[in-house]
Each structure stands twice: as C-alpha cells, then as structure tokens.
Design a protein around this ligand. Sequence first.
Ligand code: AMP
Ligand code: ZN
Length: 120
Amino acid sequence: MQSTSSNCIFCKIIEGLIPADIIVQNEHAIVIKDIFPKAPIHYLIIPKLHVADVAHLNANQYEIGTQLFCLAQQVGSSLPNKQDFRLIINNGANAGQSVFHLHMHFLSGMPHTGLTDVEL
Ligand code: AMP
Ligand code: ZN
C-alpha cells in the first residue's frame, strides 16, 4: 500500500500541492471544506494514508476508522450551539463515491429527515 497516490486529488491536498480550506489536521487525518457544499457545514475528513475506500482497508488499517471518528467528534464539539451532525462514507461509484481516497462527509447546519435527503 502506497502512502500517497500521484493522481489522487486528496493526496495532492494533503501534500499541499493544491489548495484547500483546511479546518483542522493532525498526523493521521485532515479536515477540509467540501468544494461543493451540500449543507451549510460540509466538511470532508480524510485520512493522510491513501486508501481507496472502506472495502480496501487492510486488517491492520482499521485504526483509520477510529481516527476519522476522533476528528468528527473534535469538529462536532466545536460547532456553535452543540449542533447535531451527520457522517456519511460512500464506498464505490455505485454508492456515489467520486474521489477514490477514503473520506467521511461531515454535514451540519440543516435538518436531515431521512437517509435519502442528501445526494453526495
Ligand atoms: P464522494 O462523492 O463521496 O467521493 O465525495 C467527494 C467529495 O469531494 C465531493 O463532495 C466533492 O464536492 C469533493 N471535492 C472534490 N474535489 C474537491 C476539492 N478539490 N476540494 C474539496 N472538496 C472536493
Ligand atoms: Zn489519495
């Protein structure tokens, strides 16, 4: 498993090769604003290791999931008024994934009523 992929837009953001609106980052993952927000607050929580999707996580990489949850909790706790938030991971093109570097959508600031009310 390579740590970065040369034709991956999220790897380029992580390496600082293309700009992004960075909310917070640590050694494991970075949180950026989604370029086409689907909610008033729409962030992407992206592991720094290049892994295509959940299905391609090796058994020794499950810790990445914990790291993404950790940042989701941190970002969520910094929202005004203890706003609720929604986390979504698309796995595979038929599930709506368009960037094949694992990432978690963090959505907040609007009421969500069901599983299908946002198209990512
Ligand atoms: P997905 O469809 O689940 O793979 O989500 C990919 C997300 O990445 C989409 O919501 C895009 O709007 C977002 N995106 C693509 N390119 C960029 C970029 N350069 N900076 C920030 N967000 C991006
Ligand atoms: Zn990548």
